[in-house]
Design a protein around this ligand. Structure first.
Ligand SMILES: NC(=O)c1ccc[n+]([C@@H]2O[C@H](COP(=O)([O-])OP(=O)(O)OC[C@H]3O[C@@H](n4cnc5c(N)ncnc54)[C@H](OP(=O)(O)O)[C@@H]3O)[C@@H](O)[C@H]2O)c1
Length: 267
């Protein structure tokens, strides 16, 4: 069977877990070599072993996305070790589940550092290389939370709306340069990030491989935005465009916030 990513070189942040891990494995199955970026070396080693079992190259890079220098070094290493780069998946992030009235500014800044500035550290580290080669895709894992804010995710929603807005502008400014910006908007995905959230039947947790496939589709078809899943996410966005009261009501009656099943901490 023809592999979709044969000969391609990809770097993925947050590759030690969840969506990043699934994307690394899916990319490898489709023929790509991958640079795996995150902080936890042990977990990166496990993912690298699975990538190599697919016959592809895996480069392990320990880096913290909140540290711009660490990210620049990671991008340089990825390009050197892979011999180039075609796609950079800005995926690493953290989640904080806490009602807005109880948040501290410190907590809000922490989420912003990872989910907004952390993503931008990656964008600014890889953009000059892609501009110079006049090709390359920056694909970000945003969230349905960057289309419609759902309680009690205010800190996370704020950061995800911010990155959504920034990348919308960037993709328009990069038109004609050969550099593509794609955004993925997943709903609830079955990863360690939301182990503490039980979801209603109407929005069950989806396998991370579904998001991984969307990342590859965004890269191959130069898609601007992909929502996962398509229908329920679009329904909420359309409802919000018609009336915020309607979309608030849909969130409420469908219990889209889910239920805490234990800890209430940032991961
Ligand atoms: N799960 C969902 O329902 C869902 C829905 C929509 C969007 N998303 C988004 O999808 C992305 C991936 O989340 P996930 O669900 O796969 O969560 P996850 O399983 O908790 O994985 C998060 C990844 O981010 C990495 N990470 C966190 N902070 C980092 C930092 N400062 N520097 C480098 N790496 C860091 C973690 O690696 P280390 O700890 O090893 O550094 C880990 O690999 C996030 O941007 C998240 O907001 C998730």
């Amino acid at each position: 069977m023809k592999q979709k990513m044969t000969g391609k070189k990809a770097a993925i942040t947050g590759a030690s877990s969840g969506i990043g891990r699934a994307t690394a494995l899916r990319m490898a199955k489709e023929g790509a070599d991958v640079a795996l970026i995150a902080r936890n070396r042990e977990r990166l080693e496990e993912v690298a072993a699975l990538v190599r079992a697919e016959g592809r190259k895996a480069v392990i890079i320990e880096a913290d996305i909140t540290d711009a220098e660490s990210v620049k070094k990671a991008v340089r290493t990825a390009i050197e070790e892979l011999g180039g780069l075609d796609v950079f998946h800005c995926n690493a992030g953290i989640y904080l589940r806490c009602p807005a009235k109880d948040l501290t500014m410190e907590q809000i800044r922490e989420v912003m550092e990872a989910d907004y500035f952390g993503c931008l550290n990656c964008v600014y580290a890889v953009l000059p290389y892609f501009m110079n080669q006049k090709s390359g895709s920056i694909i970000a894992t945003c969230s349905m939370d960057s289309k419609k804010g759902v309680p009690p995710d205010a800190a996370y929603v704020g950061a995800k709306f911010a990155i959504n807005g920034f990348l919308q502008v960037l993709r328009q400014e990069l038109r004609g340069t050969g550099v593509h910006v794609g955004m993925i908007f997943p709903a609830r995905i079955d990863t360690p990030m939301i182990d503490n959230v039980d979801c209603p039947k109407i929005t069950p947790k989806i396998e991370p491989d579904t998001v991984a496939k969307a990342v590859i589709k965004a890269y191959l078809k130069k898609k601007k935005e992909i929502t996962v899943p398509y229908f329920s996410c679009h329904l909420l966005t359309w409802a919000d465009a018609i009336s915020p009261s309607l979309s608030d009501w849909l969130v409420r009656v469908n219990k889209l916030s889910g239920e805490d099943n234990g800890s209430n901490t940032a991961k």
